[in-house]
Design a protein around this ligand. Structure first.
Ligand code: PLP
Length: 425
C-alpha cells in the first residue's frame, strides 16, 4: 500500500472510487451501533451482579463501628468505604468524603460552591470579574460543559504524552489571578489515555498560582482501570502537594462508575482536611447524607482496595481484546497510508484518533450515515471547537468484538474516503 499523501491526483481519484464503492456496500448493511460514549459492556456489568445479593433483609445494615446505615447521618461516608477509597487514592481517612452516585455531580457541586460561596473565605467566583479554567486538550467534554454552564472561560493547553504542557500551565497560572482551575485526568486521560509523569505531577504540586482560590481538579476516574499487566504508576499528588507546602491545591475525584454500575456506584472527593471541611459546609446544606446502604453494599462486595483491584483485573480481561481489535485494524488499514495517528493506551476507556486536518467532522458524519454513531467531532475540545478538526474519540468497550470489528472496518473506510476527498479538494 502506498501512502495516500504520495499519490498523484489520478491515483487519488481511483482510490476515491474504490472507497466510495466500499462505503456504499456498508451503507447497504444497515448497521446500527452507538459508540458515542465510554460505557462498560453488559458482561462487565455482570461481574458486579453478585453485589445485589450481599445485603438482604436479614442483614444487619450496620457499619463496622455499629452505625445503622438505614438512618440519617455520616455525611462523610461510612468508615469502611472511606478507608477502602482512601487506600486507592493514597490519602488519609480524614482527607476523603464518600458521596453519591456520580463523580461528575461532585465536580459540578465543587465548582458551584466556589462560584456561589467562594473557596476558603475567598470572594465567590460569581463576584469576581473574570473566571477562567485551563483545559488540557483533547479532554473530557463534560468537564468543559461544567465550565460552559457557569460561564467560565476556557483556555486550551496542549496535552502531551506525559501530561499537560507545564511550561504553559506554570506561566499562565502564576501570571493571571482570574485562572481558578485546571481539569486533569492524570491516569489514562480521556481521550488520549496518557499518564502524567512524576515530573509533571511534581510541577503541579509546586505551582505558584496568582489566585489564592486556584485548585487543581484532579479527576482520577481511571486510576484502577488498567489494560496492561504492569500498569504505570502515577505519583500521588496529595503527597507531592504536602511536600511542596501546597496541601490545599488539589481536589481529587473518583468513582466506581466503571467498576460496579455507572449511575449506581459511589463517588468520592479527596483533598486537605481544610478543603474537605470547607466543602462540607455546602454539602450539608445540599444533603443530609449520601446513600450509605449502597456504600455498605460496595464494601461488603469488594471488601478492600485489594478486592477492588482484583475485580478490575476481570474487567481488563474483557476489554483488552476490544482495544486490540481497534488498534490492529488501524495498524493494518490506516498506518501504511500515512493519513492519521492514534494512541495506544495502557488503560482507561478511550483511544484518541487524529485524522488529517479538516477531516474529523466528515469522518464522523460518514460513519453516522452508515449506521455507526461516534462521539461528535470537536467534543474533546472546549466549546466543541477542535481548531484543526482532527480529533475523534473512539470508545471500544461497549460493543462486542464482532460488532467492533465491523464498526472499525467502516471507520477505516470513512477515514480513507474523507482523507482522499481532502487531498483532492
Ligand atoms: N471523569 C471522566 C474523566 C470520565 O471519563 C467520566 C465518564 O466517562 C466521568 C468522570 C464520569 O464519572 P461518573 O460516572 O462518576 O460521574
Amino acid at each position: 500500500m502506498k501512502a495516500l499523501t504520495a499519490c498523484t491526483k489520478a491515483e487519488l481519484a481511483a482510490c476515491k472510487q474504490e472507497y466510495e464503492a466500499e462505503y456504499q456496500d456498508f451503507k447497504a448493511q444497515n448497521l446500527k451501533l452507538d459508540m458515542s460514549r465510554g460505557k462498560p459492556a453488559p458482561e462487565q456489568l455482570d461481574l458486579s451482579m453478585p453485589m445485589m445479593d450481599v445485603l438482604t433483609s436479614k442483614d444487619l445494615l450496620q457499619t463496622e463501628n455499629g452505625f445503622d446505615c438505614r438512618n440519617y447521618g455520616l455525611i462523610d461516608g461510612i468508615p469502611e468505604a472511606k478507608r477502602m477509597f482512601a487506600d486507592i487514592l493514597g490519602v488519609s481517612d480524614k482527607e476523603i468524603i464518600i458521596c453519591g452516585n456520580s463523580s461528575l455531580n461532585v465536580m459540578f457541586d465543587t465548582v458551584a460552591a466556589a462560584y456561589t460561596h467562594g473557596i476558603l473565605g475567598n470572594t465567590p467566583w460569581c463576584q469576581q470579574k473574570d473566571v477562567k479554567f485551563l483545559c488540557p486538550v483533547p479532554g473530557y467534554d463534560r468537564h468543559f460543559s461544567i465550565c460552559e454552564w457557569f460561564g467560565i472561560e476556557m483556555i486550551n493547553v496542549p496535552l502531551k504524552e506525559d501530561g499537560p504542557d507545564m511550561d504553559l500551565v506554570e506561566k499562565l497560572v502564576s501570571a493571571d489571578s482570574s485562572i481558578k482551575g485546571i481539569w486533569c485526568v492524570p491516569q489514562y486521560a480521556n481521550p488520549t489515555g496518557c499518564c502524567y509523569s512524576d515530573q509533571v505531577v511534581r510541577r503541579f504540586a509546586n505551582l505558584k498560582p496568582k489566585a489564592p482560590d486556584f485548585r487543581i481538579f484532579w479527576d482520577n476516574a481511571y486510576c484502577i482501570h488498567h489494560l496492561v499487566e504492569n500498569p504505570p504508576q502515577v505519583l500521588n499528588l496529595m503527597d507531592a502537594c504536602k511536600e511542596a507546602g501546597n496541601p490545599n491545591l488539589p481536589y481529587i475525584f473518583a468513582s466506581t462508575s466503571k467498576v460496579s454500575f455507572p449511575g449506581s456506584g459511589i463517588s468520592m472527593i479527596a483533598g486537605s482536611e481544610e478543603n474537605m471541611s470547607d466543602l462540607k459546609k455546602t454539602m450539608s446544606i445540599r444533603t443530609i447524607g449520601y446513600d450509605k446502604i449502597n456504600q455498605l453494599r460496595h464494601v461488603r462486595f469488594f471488601h478492600d482496595a485489594a478486592g477492588l483491584r482484583a475485580h478490575m483485573e476481570k474487567h481488563r480481561l474483557i476489554i483488552r481484546p476490544k482495544f486490540e481489535a481497534v488498534i490492529n485494524k488501524l495498524n493494518a488499514d490506516i498506518r501504511p497510508l500515512g493519513i492519521a495517528d492514534w494512541t495506544e493506551p495502557k488503560g482507561g476507556y478511550f483511544i484518541s484518533f487524529n485524522s488529517m486536518p479538516g477531516c474529523a467532522k466528515r469522518i464522523v458524519q460518514l460513519c453516522k450515515e452508515a449506521g455507526v454513531t461516534l462521539t461528535g467531532a470537536g467534543a474533546t475540545y472546549p466549546y466543541g471547537k477542535d481548531p484543526e478538526d482532527r480529533n475523534i474519540r473512539i470508545a471500544p468497550t461497549y460493543p462486542s468484538v464482532a460488532e467492533l470489528t465491523k464498526a472499525m472496518e467502516l471507520f477505516c473506510i470513512c477515514v480513507k474516503l474523507a482523507s482522499v476527498e481532502k487531498l483532492l479538494a
